[in-house]
Design a protein around this ligand. Structure first.
Ligand code: G6P
Length: 613
């Protein structure tokens, strides 16, 4: 949550910072601001609202060669202009942007209040910059030393960038718990970002900062990196594998729609080089060295949040069906605080698009302490979860910018399918014949998703009819129960319509009381998934005048006859249906949200990357 950008170089910081903020807006959009070193002073502009509002406030021709900027997802203090970043030190000579939470800010604030400090905002960040200046002024230390000394006293998570009016050609950045990347352009310019997106237009040479590191950037000099406990680090620069096109909408009205439409390619990319149906093989290089460990494990625990947790639930069905390994799926936030029973015989798989979700990361760290093997399924290369796990598999879905996750989910499910299949083949729990059939069908999935996308117009029409509904129910059974959860989450997130996902048979234990002629019920009723039982569930809904929108296998007649609307998906192995059934649910949520005039890519109160607990 919160995105930070910094620029220090020979050109103008303003467009770099504004473009950078736009690329990071998925991380939060409650307020935005920037601070520039202009002449002998710091100039701060900030505002409640989105980056475009901030941009509109800037005077034409504004220019500076050093600056920092921020887009906020509020944690401490309401999202107003005063609480917006950057925050200034008491003298107004230092400015900071911060992503994360300073947990002991109350203690520090108390100390500073006793020294006569006056705070303008309610934020933890303002406390931190006051604290840094307090050290800077009292101990005759340099700016990087003062930041380092302050951070040693800080409990919490942060990525920060600090600039000073007294040292215009410098910037100090540090990270602990929140990501930070430093780009180095060919001409020596530095561009700093919460992820690589703000950098990609200017350079592909980057340094992904490690935990507990602080970097001192000076114009015209190489960066100096140290650990918080003052050990020098020689920064290992890497080449970015990210294109600008991947960060643009490319003609689509929203990133979410672009990302839904990218799924044939993203699913294909997550299987590339891994699914080899011609050779009758699945190859997962990233975890090859740990396959025996996985086969001998007494159970697998999947940890994730939001959509990634739903992918874990699909994974549970896949692993238990194909590899016969017991699986538990946990929310990161619950797992970490539950004193879970974990030991060396367990494998914990962290599933995360961003690779930065604080609760998932904390759950994994806990499991590591207790001796479990950690594997990661992440989309963002070089992210914290990818780095802190023993091994893992990248999903290769490409950058996902829409806040509501779409292609990242199907890529996660694809990777989990490959893993389950690989383990099942090694263990002999899936017959060679079935394995070969599954491999052939999985190979077809990108094409089948392409076919599902052809229902877009039909889905748009259905959306129009139901966009005024106050509630939606989503039902599925077996492996498509998590898909029902995911469909409901998508609708909630972007349309603000209340929606619940339920196992279809559980409906009679409560939700059935809600059903009347105003309740649309989306039912995933694929041919092989307990079909007869689902037909009975649909009858129960019809008997109470509910409206049925069904997702059925191509050629279905029975459910179709009972439904008010039907969306067909191609026939495939039941274990692969989540990859198809998810897509119409994404489109349904998208069109309803667009019909209601919602900000689809930046739904209210949400952020894409949740780096706070
Ligand atoms: C946020 C996002 C969700 C996402 C969840 C987990 O809540 O809005 O779309 O599913 O975080 O994120 P992760 O990056 O760990 O998959």
């Amino acid at each position: 949550m919160c995105g930070i950008v910094g620029y220090l170089g020979a050109g103008n910081a303003v467009p770099v910072l504004i473009n950078g903020l736009k690329r990071l807006e998925y991380r939060g959009y409650d307020s935005a601001g920037l601070a520039l070193v202009t002449g002998e002073a710091l100039q701060v502009t900030k505002n409640k609202g989105k980056v475009a509002d901030l941009e509109a406030m800037l005077p034409p021709g504004l220019s500076a060669s050093t600056g920092i900027a921020h887009t906020r997802w509020a944690t401490h203090g309401e999202p107003n202009t005063v609480n917006a970043h950057p925050h200034l030190s008491p003298s107004g000579r230092l400015a900071i942007v911060h992503n994360g939470i300073i947990e002991n800010y109350n203690v520090l604030k108390e100390y500073l209040l006793q020294k006569g400090h006056v705070f303008r905002s309610e934020t933890d960040t303002e406390v931190l910059i006051h604290f840094i200046e307090d050290i800077y002024r009292s101990s005759a230390s340099s700016l990087p030393e003062a930041v380092q000394m302050a951070l040693r006293r800080v409990v919490g998570a942060y990525a920060i960038a600090v600039i000073s009016a007294d040292e215009p050609g410098t910037m100090v950045v540090a990270r602990k718990g929140s990501p930070l990347v430093i780009g180095v352009a060919a001409n020596g310019d530095f561009i700093v970002g919460s992820d690589a997106a703000p950098l990609v237009e200017y350079t592909k040479t980057v340094y992904y900062m490690d935990e507990n590191e602080i970097a001192y950037l000076q114009r015209g000099k190489p960066m100096e990196v140290r650990t918080l406990d003052d050990r020098p680090v020689s920064p290992k620069l890497t080449e970015l594998d990210l294109s600008i096109e991947a960060l643009e909408k490319e003609g689509y009205p929203h990133f979410m729609l672009k990302e839904i439409y990218e799924q044939p390619r993203s699913v294909h990319d997550s299987m590339r080089g891994r699914l080899l149906p011609g050779k009758g093989m699945v190859k997962l290089g990233g975890i090859q060295a740990y396959e025996n460990h996985l086969l001998e494990s007494r159970r697998i625990i999947m940890v994730g949040c939001g959509t990634s947790w739903h992918a874990g639930l699909v994974g549970e069905y896949l692993f238990e069906e194909l590899a016969r390994i017991p699986v538990e799926v946990e929310y990161g936030s619950e797992f970490r605080y539950r004193n879970p029973i974990i030991g060396p015989g367990d494998v914990v798989i962290g599933i995360s698009q961003s690779g930065e979700t604080a609760d998932t990361l904390a759950g994994l760290r806990l499991a590591k302490e207790k001796g479990a093997l950690l594997l990661g399924i992440c989309n963002v290369v070089g992210s914290s979860i990818a780095r802190e796990t023993h091994a893992g598999i990248y999903t290769h879905a490409g950058p996902e910018i829409g806040v509501a996750s779409t292609k990242a989910f199907t890529a996660q499910v694809t990777v989990l399918t490959l893993m389950a299949l690989r383990l099942g083949m090694l263990k002999g729990t899936v017959s060679e014949q079935r394995a070969r059939a599954l491999m052939r069908e999985l190979d077809q999935v990108p094409e089948l998703i392409e076919k599902v996308l052809q229902s877009d117009l039909l889905i748009q029409q259905i959306a129009r009819q139901y966009q005024q509904a106050k509630n939606f129910l989503y039902l599925g059974r077996g492996i498509n129960f998590p898909v029902a959860l995911e469909g409901a989450l998508k609708l909630k997130e972007i349309s603000y319509i209340h929606a619940e996902g339920y196992p279809a048979a559980e409906m009679k234990h409560g939700p059935i009381a809600l059903i009347d002629e105003n309740m649309p019920v989306v039912v995933i009723a694929t041919r092989k998934g307990n079909y007869d039982k689902i037909v009975s569930n649909i009858m129960e809904i019809k008997a109470r005048n509910g409206k049925i929108i069904s997702i059925v296998s191509e050629g279905d007649t029975q459910v179709k006859a009972l439904s008010d609307h039907t969306i067909e998906i191609p026939q495939t192995d039941e274990m692969l249906t989540p990859l198809l059934a998810t897509v119409p649910l994404q489109l349904l949520a998208y069109h309803i949200a667009v019909g209601l005039g919602r900000d689809v890519d930046k739904p209210r109160n949400l952020a894409k990357s949740v780096t706070v607990e």
